[in-house]
Write a protein that binds this ligand. Structure first.
Ligand code: BG6
Length: 473
């Protein structure tokens, strides 16, 4: 959730970053950590220990971090001098049999920070490494009282999820686990809570009585050239649908939480996941863009889906019968991240309102935006209507200081707020909902790069059609 004040009353924190010299750490985690320092959102005293297989001195690690910030982050403006003095490196890897230098470096940091220092482990590692590192945390007593952050995907199949989940729970309690789904950390996603629960205008129409369908549409124009190995083994359904799109659907569909506390928000989102009806394979369209198999490191006969569109039903009293249309893919015509609620046409004297005349829509990209599509009188002598849009750029909300998703989520870890993280039970429900598609995988349709995906996906959206692609967006 957005910070509501200074966090300098936080306990001193030892933050251990596994995979500290890897790609994800360079691109996301280290820049996010420095941005927290720039926003004055770190505890007053802390150490960040990079863990890796190679040998590096602390000074070499500082140089590594500086380069990462210059290449991918905000540069080294502001508190860099002080920041850099708190960086340490523990080489030699970290396994259950051999902890390398980590135990010594953690012990020193704890001595410097005091016994009450909070330990946070951040596994910025390929998912296949989660098991070994979890075991190692248990074997060396480092899980006790600690918070442990796992990247996505937390298990790449129902079986993989269950095995990892059991192992994690044998080493730590669920309350210690922070599973990242960075779509939950986006300003726009978080604004779903506020727009809906703080405005009668929205909350009163947030149900099947008023909403004809929901679209969660995340087309991407990039391909996967720089991560072919990962992507070909994963595909759009696992990379985006069962993770980000399902979680955002749950954010839209949840019942009002008892309060705005972290625990209540988390409980409300996770509980609606159990109402997701298992996807019917005929409600899912898969695609692969032409030319995908020519990419470096992609096998000539790959059947990996680079596109997925699905019609999901959520069998709660509020949403029964309302289709949730989910779509994402690579090499599509545009890059957008939109959640749209298409409202029923009003019953009344005006009977030529177009099917998409009334839409509430949130952009999840960047700082987020809220748009309401309405019908307005076209100014002039006649009583004629025209579609119009009312827009709010969320970065312009007075006093706003938008945070990037990773910045926001790492802040939540430091504060101990799990509201925007996924839970073991919730993830089990997402796999349950996907299971029929894994058992009976739909055919993979080819599509033109730069298009909106296979035409077979159009039928899923019914008379409304997919909103993106119909307008200038
Ligand atoms: C990642 C997926 O989790 O999210 C990528 O692995 C995808 O395939 C990315 O491109 C999209 O998120 P964002 O926030 O970077 O646009």
């Amino acid at each position: 959730m957005p910070p509501t004040g200074t966090t300098n009353d936080l306990a001193p924190t030892v933050f251990v970053l596994y995979g500290a010299t890897g790609d994800l750490a360079r691109r996301m985690v280290l820049p996010a950590f420095f941005e927290l320092a720039q926003h004055d959102l770190l505890p007053e005293d802390w150490r960040l220990i990079g863990s890796g297989r190679g040998e590096r001195t602390d000074e070499e690690f500082v140089e590594h971090v500086r380069t990462a910030l210059e290449e991918f982050g905000p540069g080294t403006e502001g508190p860099w001098e002080e920041f850099s003095q708190r960086l340490r490196f523990a080489g030699g890897g970290f396994t259950a049999d051999d902890p390398g230098q980590l135990l010594d470096v953690v012990a020193t940091a704890r001595k410097e920070l005091g016994d009450d220092a909070q330990l946070v482990h951040y596994l910025s590692l390929p998912p296949k490494a989660f098991t070994d590192y979890t075991r190692a945390l248990g074997a060396h007593g480092l899980a006790e009282g600690a918070r442990v952050v796992y990247e996505k995907p937390f298990g790449a199949s129902p079986e993989g999820f269950r095995e990892l989940d059991d192992l994690v729970h044998s080493v730590m309690d669920e309350e210690q686990v922070f599973r990242i789904d960075h779509f939950l950390g986006k300003e726009g996603t978080q604004d779903l809570h506020v727009a809906r629960f703080a405005n009668g205008l929205f909350e009163h129409i947030w149900s099947r009585e008023h909403v004809a369908q929901v679209q969660i549409d995340v087309p991407e124009d990039l391909d996967v050239a720089d991560r072919a190995d990962f992507y070909d083994a994963t595909g759009a359904t696992l990379d985006m649908l069962v993770t980000h799109l399902f979680q955002v659907a749950a954010e839209v569909a949840m019942e009002p939480p008892v309060s705005f506390s972290a625990g209540d928000i988390l409980a409300a989102r996770e509980s609606v996941l159990s109402h997701f009806r298992p996807l019917a394979p005929e409600d899912v369209v898969l695609g692969q863009f032409d030319g995908y198999r020519d990419l470096h490191n992609i096998p000539d006969d790959s059947t990996t889906d680079t596109f997925v569109a699905a019609r999901l039903f959520i069998d709660s009293g509020r949403w029964r019968g309302v289709p949730f249309l989910l779509r994402t893919g690579k090499r599509l015509a545009a890059k957008q991240q939109r959640v749209s609620l298409v409202l029923h046409r009003p019953k009344g004297p005006v009977n030529d309102v177009p099917p998409n005349g009334n839409v509430i829509s949130l952009s999840l990209a960047g700082a987020g935006a809220l748009d309401v599509d309405i019908m307005a009188k076209r100014p002039g002598p006649d009583l004629a209507m025209a579609p119009a849009r009312v827009s709010l750029d969320l970065s312009k909300v007075p006093g706003g200081e938008p945070l990037a998703p990773y910045v926001s989520l790492i802040h939540d870890v430091l504060v101990g707020d799990r509201s925007l993280f996924t839970t073991s039970e919730g993830l089990a429900q997402t796999w349950r909902a996907l299971q029929p598609v894994l058992d009976h995988r739909p055919e993979v349709h080819p599509y033109e790069p730069g298009s909106w995906g296979p035409t077979a996906a159009n039928a899923l959206a019914g008379e409304h059609g997919w909103l993106l692609g119909q307008t200038e967006e």
